[in-house]
Design a protein around this ligand. Sequence first.
Ligand code: SAM
Ligand code: ZN
Length: 313
Amino acid sequence: MKEKITLDLRCVNRTCKKGKLDLDSILQVRDDCIEGFLSCKYCNSEYLILDGVPLLVENFSKYASQRINTFGKWIVNCKSSRIKSYLKSEGLKIHGPTMSDRYEENSRWYDSYLHFRYDFPPGDRLLSLLKKEIKPDNIYKMLTDENLSLNGIGLDIGCSIGSSTFELSKKLSYVFGVDLSFSFILEARKIMQNRKIDNIEFVVSDATNLPFESHFFQSIVALNVIDRIDFYKLVSAVNACLKKQGKLIIFDPYDSVDNNSKDKLDSIQVRKKLESMGYNTESGDSYIPWILKVNERCYLFYFVDLVVATKIN
Ligand SMILES: C[S@@+](CC[C@H](N)C(=O)[O-])C[C@H]1O[C@@H](n2cnc3c(N)ncnc32)[C@H](O)[C@@H]1O
Ligand SMILES: [Zn+2]
């Protein structure tokens, strides 16, 4: 985590009013904190930085219990003794069932996003069959389209390995990518460093409890995530940090795979709900092709809807 973004991050303890954070860097490479803590000046909550990734989650032991294999690797691989003992003490708080998140390392979804993403090889069997009329990276590239007129500081919610965040960074002054998966954020940071991009930072955070102050962002995007997150909580969190007249861009196939959303959404309901929560929606529903390659013999094909919403106040 770049030292300078400490100023932009806020406490996610819901009983604290988004307190500013102090950085206690234990292991540092140039201006990048690799291991350390962010602590709230007001409520004293502490947030871990591991492998350069800030983990801004409200309940760390619960977060760890939901990705128990990843947690084990943190304890084995962390460098400083202070972080190791913090992790061990958090481990003692884990009681009851644990699980492995489907978006963490070695899971089916992690592997498909990591290895194939949208840069399929030229001889890809399915694309050749379709005469390459479908470009798998189409939806990411649309983010820089002049018609969307995105600008200012941006947020990419559920960014996974950052395919959309990297596109946004071509257009915006600075972009934050947030995702609940530590493994995805770690990978996104590696790609960012290899490409030497310096107007992006990636943070582990829950989309329904974002670590930013009010009116911080001019542009917020959520690509293929609203099926996984309670829509009302997501838009409330967006409202808490989007500027007046700021843009919220949603791309989604409305394929409710997880039951986190109370309602099953479609293109009409999404627009109606956004309008009832203080947005103007510009466009009617759309059918944009999107392919995800799960493995050599398995593809997912979706028609994704694009929703462009402007926050009224
Ligand atoms: C289908 S993937 C979409 C990834 C990316 N936006 C794209 O289109 O390539 C869904 C992503 O949402 C993330 N996610 C799920 N629930 C989340 C939450 N509550 N907060 C933040 N990210 C979440 C997952 O870890 C995963 O990376
Ligand atoms: Zn606080």
